[in-house]
Design a protein around this ligand. Structure first.
Ligand SMILES: CC(C)(COP(=O)(O)OP(=O)(O)OC[C@H]1O[C@@H](n2cnc3c(N)ncnc32)[C@H](O)[C@@H]1OP(=O)(O)O)[C@@H](O)C(=O)NCCC(=O)NCCS
Length: 245
């Protein structure tokens, strides 16, 4: 796994077929010109979405996260951030409109607390899920409701001090896979079991049937993250967005 830190600027990333670029930012520490992101970069529908958010905090988070996404993607698409056009599938997954996307760049976004992560790939579907590790109320009920029987057995078999880890491992992997498939809640957790149990502690798991890779990603202490993508033999490159925007 290669790690890069880009502190001076959002520099150009060379994305090849087997690479996955993970961009991370702590939106609390980023110096941003919120007005300029809102007015100059976001599309009218994104501005509308920001306006509909009730809390100032949520508005800021959405504007920064969408603005950063556009800025990151503009490096790959060689297009100004404001000119990138997204389309959404029926479950809400955004993707780059194909007429702007000759290189077939794909991406997925996840945020938790003040962190946002973007996974960017070429020619392969991708989903990412990031969760701030916290005490989950009624974790046992959630496990019963969303996880398969086998996964629930695995969770139940863990000693108390390992349950939190088991919960977030399973949760982020399932979310990442649902998101890669673009279905979100359209693909209920009970409907698929990616052999998560046997391999829950391994770094990379593969579902032989459909050639998906599930990868736990080290994003930040205190967070758990997983990535799901098509194919194998992947190289993951990490980038920090910690510059002023
Ligand atoms: C829509 C959904 C994918 C968002 O997940 P979340 O954990 O609340 O939020 P995240 O921060 O990880 O992801 C949000 C981002 O995912 C993207 N997204 C939205 N809908 C998506 C979908 N159907 N598929 C993939 N990505 C989607 C968007 O970019 C969004 O960011 P934005 O709001 O800034 O545009 C989620 O609500 C969902 O449906 N999850 C699956 C539910 C489920 O069955 N879980 C069981 C797991 S065991």
């Amino acid at each position: 796994m290669t790690k890069h830190t880009i502190s001076a600027s959002i520099s150009e990333g060379r994305l090849t077929d087997n690479k996955i670029h993970i961009w991370k930012s702590d939106t609390n520490y980023l110096k941003v010109d919120l007005d300029s992101l809102y007015k100059d970069i976001l599309s009218p529908d994104e501005r509308g979405r920001a306006d509909r958010l009730r809390s100032e905090n949520d508005q800021r988070r959405f504007i920064v996260s969408r603005g950063l996404l556009r800025k990151s993607l503009s490096n790959y698409l060689k297009a100004p951030p404001s000119e990138i056009e997204f389309s959404y599938n029926k479950y809400g997954k955004p993707s780059i409109r194909s007429e702007h996307n000759l290189e077939n760049i794909k991406f997925n976004v996840s945020h938790s607390k003040n962190l946002v992560v973007y996974a960017i790939t070429q020619n392969r579907e991708v989903g990412i899920d990031l969760e701030y590790i916290r005490k989950v109320n009624k974790a046992d009920k959630i496990v019963k409701r969303f996880f398969t029987e086998e996964e629930a057995k695995f969770y139940d078999s863990q000693p108390e001090d390992k349950k939190e880890l088991a919960f977030f491992t399973l949760w982020t992997r399932k979310e990442a896979y649902s998101k890669a498939r673009g279905m979100g809640i359209g693909l209920p957790g009970k409907k698929f079991d990616l052999n998560l149990i046997q391999r829950a502690q391994s770094n990379i798991t593969k579902n032989n049937e459909s050639d998906w890779s599930l990868i736990d990603i080290d994003i930040d202490p205190g967070y758990f993250a997983a990535l799901a993508t098509e194919g194998r033999d992947l190289e993951i490159c990490h980038y920090n967005i910690d510059t002023s925007l």
